[in-house]
Every structure is written in C-alpha cells, then in structure tokens.
Write a protein that binds this ligand. Structure first.
Ligand code: SF4
Length: 332
C-alpha cells in the first residue's frame, strides 16, 4: 500500500482525493504523510492519530440501495457512532474519537428514503442509544424490515425484542465475548449471565429460531476452568432456547489496552475448542473461526511493514495457510 487512511473518512477522503488529483506521486505521498489519519509506509513516523469527522457530518448513510450488496436492498444508517464502554480488547472503546456520538431518532427516521423497504441500523453499540426503541418502532411501524448491527445483551428488553420480531428478526444475536464471568470481568465486558439468560428467555417467549452468541477464546489468563464454565453455561442456555456459539480466537489489536498481548498457541486453542465441542455434544451449535487463520490475523494486526511484505509474498505463493506461515516465518 502507498497510503492507509485510518479512522473516519468523511472529511479526510476529500482532502485525499483533492491531493491525488493535483500532485505528482512523490509530492502527494510527502503531503499525505504529515496529515492526521494518513499513514504512508516509510514516511510517517509511527502510527498517526486516527481521523475524526465533525458531528455535522453524521449520520453516515447509504447513497445507493441495490440488490447487489451483501445486505441486499438494505438502506444503512448510523444512529450513533462509537461506544461509551471500555472493553479492553476493543478498538471502538470510549477512548476512540471521544466515545459515543448520538443522532436524534427524528433525524434518523427523516432520512430513510420512501422506497427503502429494509433499514439497517449500524454502529458499534447501537442498542446503547438511549432512544433506540423509538428508532426501531418508527422503522417497523412504517412497514419496513429492520436490522441492527450490534445488540448488547444488557439492553435487550421485551419492547425491543418484540419490535425486532415484528421487523423480521428470526435469530437474536449478541456477544458474551469471554468464556467465563471471571474472564469477562478481566476485560471489563459488563455482560453477566443473567443478561444472557434473559436474552434466551426472550428468544423463547417471542418464538424466535435461536440465540446466537459471539464468544472469544484465548483471552489473557484464560484456563481450562473458564472453558468448562462456558460448557456448563451454554448447556444451561440451550435448555431455554436453541443456541449457536460463534467462537473466535482472541487477536490483540493496536490502540487497545490489550495491544501486544500474546496469541495463544494454535494447538492449545484447538484443544480448548475440542473440549468445548465434546462438552456440549450436539446440544449447542459451535461455529469456530479457524485458529490457524486467526494466527495470521494476529500477525497482521500486530505487525508492521515487514508483515505487509510477507502478505504480498503469501499471496504470490498461492495464499494457502502454508504460504502464509512460510512468508511470516522470516519476520519473527
Ligand atoms: S466490545 Fe462493544 S461494548 Fe465493548 S467497547 Fe467495543 S463496541 Fe463497546
């Protein structure tokens, strides 16, 4: 890459495009390397602060609605940007660009085009919007389908889940993000068992198909006992409603308190996953992210320019895991 733009692009993208149109390459890269939010490999010293757009630019929203997108024919809009919480593994935590910025429900609803039949509410912590029920009600009562990118278990209540059902939800998806209460407390994830039990009860009460939970394994300090707690608690939840666990190995991210935390060895992660599968048998659906590919993600997340060149070499060698392993082996 010649230049990486970090953070919110609403303003910086114009600066970038204007500069790109009017400069020769060398001059362009020199100019960009000095801008907040621009990283030019070999020229910007260290990581620059990430770009922040002015509040008047919010909310970001779709300009084109088409079937030819992953979220087919869905109008996307941000009722909020950022998050006011402090989970220590998360790049969107409150220290990022001043935390949560809210948009009033009236402004959101007024921006939904008349022809939009599906509305996606996007943001790091959408259900933390203090007036989220008003937004969802406005969408649903206009006869549209609704989608929300992030449901916090401690914000789910009867009113919101009932609205989500009316808006087309069949699976209630939320995150626990730690195998045990001890681990969740360590990473300041406020979710407690009672919140997740409540979510499962709401799934059952409103006749939804299943509860899907995002989980991480391999957070710092996690032991076999924490995984055993996940087995015990998953079985408890599965007795209330059908349950899927989407499990990702923990990958430390830059600009977070857990930056530089180690990646648990692949063999150890696979052993924990096998123990989890054996413990829940066929009573809980387990959908894991490959520990090997998470290791590649870890190396890229924590790496620098050498890892970027290794990525190029891995791609040239066919992109298999073996190619990545070989390419990254030289950069330890
Ligand atoms: S994990 Fe979710 S709740 Fe926690 S800081 Fe990140 S966005 Fe906020």
């Amino acid at each position: 890459m010649d230049v990486v733009i970090l953070g919110e692009a609403e303003e910086l993208i114009h600066t970038f495009l204007d500069a790109a149109a009017s400069s020769d390459r060398d001059e362009l890269l020199s100019r960009l390397s000095c801008l907040s939010g621009c990283f030019v490999p070999g020229r910007t010293p260290g990581l620059p602060p990430i770009a922040k757009a002015g509040d008047e630019k919010l909310p970001a929203r779709s300009q084109i609605i088409t079937r030819n997108t992953v979220l087919s024919s869905m109008f996307l809009i941000e009722p909020e940007r950022g998050c006011s919480r402090g989970c220590t593994y998360c790049v969107m935590r409150r220290t990022t660009n001043g935390g949560m910025r809210l948009v009033p429900p009236e402004s959101i609803l007024a921006l939904v085009p008349a022809h939009a039949r599906r509305v996606g509410l996007v943001g790091a912590a959408v259900t933390d919007h203090p007036r989220i029920a008003e937004v969802v009600r406005g969408v649903v009562e206009s006869g549209r389908e609704v989608g929300i990118s992030s449901l916090r278990a401690d914000r789910l209540d009867e009113e919101l889940v009932e609205l989500l059902c009316r808006g087309g939800y069949r699976t209630l998806t939320t995150a626990a993000d730690g195998t045990s209460q001890r681990v969740r407390d360590t990473v300041r994830r406020g979710t407690r068992e009672r919140h997740l039990i409540r979510a499962a009860e709401l799934v059952r009460k409103y006749g939804m198909e299943r509860l899907k939970l995002y989980e991480m394994i391999g957070l710092p300090g996690e032991t076999g006992e924490d995984v055993a707690e996940l087995v015990r608690f998953s079985l408890e939840l599965a007795r209330i409603a059908p349950l899927s666990l989407a499990i990702s190995p923990f990958v430390a991210k830059r600009n977070t308190p857990l930056d530089r935390a180690a990646f648990e060895p692949v063999a150890s992660l696979e052993k924990k996953l096998a123990g989890l599968r054996a413990g829940v048998k066929d009573k809980v659906e387990i959908r894991p992210v490959s520990a090997r590919w998470a290791w590649v993600e870890y190396r890229l997340s924590q790496g620098g320019e050498a890892e970027g060149l290794a990525a190029l070499a891995a791609w040239r060698a066919g992109g298999s895991f073996g190619a990545w392993k070989k390419a990254l082996a030289g950069n330890r």
